[in-house]
Structure formats: structure tokens, C-alpha cells
Design a protein around this ligand. Structure first.
Ligand SMILES: [Zn+2]
Length: 313
């Protein structure tokens, strides 16, 4: 049977976008300050997990919630070997600089704006619809598909670690949490904090009182704040000129791009990060005004459906 995967994805566009929007509306930033026994990472990540699992239940899959920290949606013969798909429903904090509400998804010029649209709720829903298409077309498979969701990927991986204590991790699979075509070697991560002691200056001199930037180690800082004490206010305009010149000289406008690494893909014995940022597309993950092209979400859905099917048939 010849399957037109893109057509199958497009047929489900409305429902897919509805599900994705529901998920994006949940602020699932780790909120450990408000943890409870029920919600070890705060309510948001758990509510996002419950939401995604409710889609699985609605669509007739086997579903499991592990302590509100992780969970899975499964399809296929229970005893068969499993293909693992690993995604996460937590997001990094929105930070400053958004033109619209980061938790009220909106489509403008074909782009779906919301925190998590490209990392990782958009790719998760695309891959989920991939497995949904396979189920709805009643394609026969020799392996089962296990889609595992974590809730703390952006920090300490508490969710996925709990999952591995309680459930069996499939030996092979992929994580829809990076770029297409594929990332087959993930780099390590080193997080560190830089600090320095401020120099005491004479009272008549300008003094740096405070400097801070960034909310989390894995976020692109949207701003940096320096608080200066300036005894001589006439120096203000020269300071401004100097600052502008510095930016010009250093050509401090530009784009910074990072690629791959740090996904759940490396948990799997044989696994990789796979999508769903397309080549040539701007990487806006962890940045203000994060978006994903609706067209790309559907294309990714088709790619995941076909890839998953080829891996389990
Ligand atoms: Zn991610």
C-alpha cells in the first residue's frame, strides 16, 4: 500500500493544532518552589504531562503516568521489542521580550508563537500524531512504539530518571527535540557561573554596582543589566556615546546558533536526536518569541509517521 504521509498529516491539521495549543497554554516551567507530594516539580510540568497522556487515552492507546514526573503512551503488541520516542513537556521560563503572551499560542504569517512551540511541545505533538496515523491506518507492526514524556528535561532530568527506575527503557529510538536531518553524536554540557569582586573606586569615580544577565544556564539571555553609580552626571552622554561605539566596533549585533546536544537521545543505547528544526530555519528555542512554522509541524508529523512506521514494521 502506498501511503501519502504528508496528506495523512494534513488531514489531521485542525485537531493537531488544537491539541498542541491546549498543551502550549499550560505554563510548564519547573516550579520547584511550589512543589507538593502530588507535584514534585510544581503543578505546571505535571499538568502538561497529564494533558498529553489524556490525548493518548482519548485516542485509545495504553497510557501510564509515573508519579506525575514522567509517563508513556504505547502502541503495539505488549511483549514485542519497543521503539522508544523520548520527548519532554517542560519548558524554559519565557523571559523578557515577548511581543505576545508566551502561553497563549497565536499563529502569525504561518508561524505558531508560544513558549515550547519548537522545544519541545511542537515536535512532541508532531511525533505523537505520527504514531496516531500509524494506529488509525491500522498498519501492522512487528515492534511496539513507546512514546516517553519527561517533565524536567530543561533542568535535572528528575522525571526521566524516575521513569528509568520504574520502567524499562527501550534500547533503541530517537528524541524529537533538535534538528533534522539527524544528530548522531551529542556533545556534553558544562554549566558554570562566573563571578568577580567589584573594585572599590574613589567616591568621585564612576562605579559598577551590579551586573546580571540570564535566567537559566541553558537559556539565551535576553538582556544584561549593569547598574552604575555616576557621581558626575555630565558624563552620562559620553557614556552613551562610548557604549554605542563599543557595540558598533565589536559588531555586537549578530546571531548565535547552537545545534543539537543535550536531548534525551543519548539515554538510549542506540538512539539519536531527530528533528524537528528544518535546515535553513532560524533556531528560536529558549528565546523570546519562540515559534514553529505550522507547515513544518505538519511536515515533521509526516516524517515522524513514516520514520516510526519503517522502524517498527
Ligand atoms: Zn528540548
Amino acid at each position: 500500500m502506498e501511503i501519502n504521509w504528508l496528506q495523512e498529516a494534513q488531514k489531521r491539521k485542525e485537531m493537531l493544532l488544537e491539541d498542541l495549543s491546549e498543551l502550549l497554554r499550560i505554563n510548564s516551567v519547573r516550579d520547584i518552589e511550589h512543589q507538593t507530594d502530588e507535584y514534585p516539580l510544581g503543578a505546571g510540568p505535571a499538568l502538561a504531562l497529564k494533558k498529553v497522556l489524556s490525548f493518548g487515552e482519548r485516542d485509545g492507546f495504553r497510557v501510564k503516568n509515573i508519579d506525575n514526573l514522567a509517563g508513556h503512551i504505547e502502541y503495539g503488541e505488549e511483549t514485542a521489542e519497543a521503539l522508544g520516542i523520548l520527548g519532554h513537556v517542560d519548558v524554559v521560563p519565557p523571559g523578557e521580550g515577548w511581543a505576545t503572551d508566551p502561553f497563549e499560542p497565536i499563529i502569525k504569517e504561518g508561524k505558531l508563537f508560544a513558549r515550547g512551540s519548537s522545544d519541545d511541545k511542537g515536535p512532541c505533538i508532531a511525533a505523537y500524531y505520527g504514531m496516531k496515523i500509524i494506529k488509525e491506518l491500522q498498519l501492522s507492526t512487528s515492534k511496539k512504539i513507546r512514546f516517553i514524556f519527561g517533565t524536567d528535561e530543561e533542568s535535572e532530568w528528575i522525571g526521566i530518571h524516575r521513569y528509568m527506575e520504574k520502567e524499562e527503557m527501550p534500547a533503541f529510538g530517537f528524541s524529537p527535540d533538535a534538528n533534522f536531518p539527524i544528530i548522531n553524536g551529542e556533545k556534553g554540557i558544562l554549566s558554570f557561573e562566573l563571578s568577580f569582586t567589584l573594585k572599590e573606586e574613589k567616591a568621585d569615580k564612576m562605579q559598577l554596582k551590579r551586573f546580571s544577565s540570564g535566567l537559566r544556564a541553558n537559556m539565551v539571555p535576553s538582556e544584561a543589566i549593569a547598574v552604575l553609580e555616576i557621581p558626575d552626571l555630565e558624563k552620562l552622554s559620553s557614556l552613551e556615546t562610548g557604549y554605542t561605539k563599543y557595540l558598533d566596533d565589536k559588531k555586537l549585533k549578530g546571531t548565535f546558533e547552537y545545534k543539537g546536544g543535550g536531548t534525551y537521545g543519548r539515554i538510549l543505547e542506540k538512539g539519536c536526536a531527530y528533528g524537528s528544526l528544518f535546515p535553513g530555519r532560524e533556531n528560536v528555542m529558549h528565546q523570546p518569541n519562540e515559534y514553529m512554522y505550522v507547515e513544518d509541524i505538519l511536515k515533521a508529523t509526516a516524517i515522524y509517521a513514516e520514520a516510526i512506521y519503517r522502524l517498527v514494521k
